[in-house]
Write a protein that binds this ligand. Sequence first.
Ligand SMILES: C[S@@+](CC[C@H](N)C(=O)[O-])C[C@H]1O[C@@H](n2cnc3c(N)ncnc32)[C@H](O)[C@@H]1O
Length: 278
Amino acid sequence: MTISEALSKAQTITTLYSDTPSLDAQVLLSHILETPRTWVLAHPEGKLTPNQQNALSQKLSQIESGTPLPYVLGHWDFYGLEFTVSPAVLIPRPETELLIEEALQWLRAHPKHRTAADIGTGSGCIAITLAKQIPNLQVTATDVSPDALDIAHTNADKHSVAEQIRFVQTNLLNDERTTFNIICANLPYIPTAALHSLDVYGQEPTLALDGGPDGLNAIRDLLKHAPQYLALGGLILLEIDSSQGISALSLAQDNFPNASLRLLPDLAGHDRLIRIET
Ligand SMILES: C[S@@+](CC[C@H](N)C(=O)[O-])C[C@H]1O[C@@H](n2cnc3c(N)ncnc32)[C@H](O)[C@@H]1O
């Protein structure tokens, strides 16, 4: 089987499960052939070995049974870094790169502010990306899920930032005795009733998605307690669902009446981030 034939076989299947079937087929072949995607595209006449053909069939069966591609591959890219993923963690999303951009901009403008918290760290993509970009940043990354924290640890080792990050299994920031210059969180924000209609329901961890009746349970709780954890002149960045802008902003206003509050849109123009600067 040639690479060109393998790509078209893969795309026939990914078309049924993805909005980006061509890209997914290329990423899958790049993973199986252990070469960059650009090499795959430049060598359509190359041949797959029997082992590679078997691997392709096996992975396409997993995709056909509904497993998301990142779990099939065991890794996914976020902000230019490759993260190990398993069904214990949310697959990092491109929307979350907005939070990273805002955090980095603020951290670069405030070189003395070098303590951060990442609440609901999952794969560790936020904590690790920030630590990698800001080498003297110290991050506390929390999650209620011990399995997620195992993956986050693996990723911190993979990117050589384990010494900058303290992983803690806890609810939000419970039991922390310190304050942070910046608090980031991408907590579960899908309203429970909407969960069942999502493609990702049953694939990605419910703990990472289910935000309670209005989707704001975890965010509400965090905002209530955040004033005690935020250092003077600090920043909070919270990812939200596009439908939650006004409600989340009003929660922020209740808990931080004197702060500068902003609602930021993602690249698609949807409300995506609450920014609270004190
Ligand atoms: C939407 S996922 C985000 C994961 C990762 N930060 C990202 O952006 O890809 C939410 C994460 O929050 C964790 N979580 C849910 N409720 C939590 C709570 N009360 N305290 C700490 N972590 C929580 C989940 O286990 C999950 O890993």
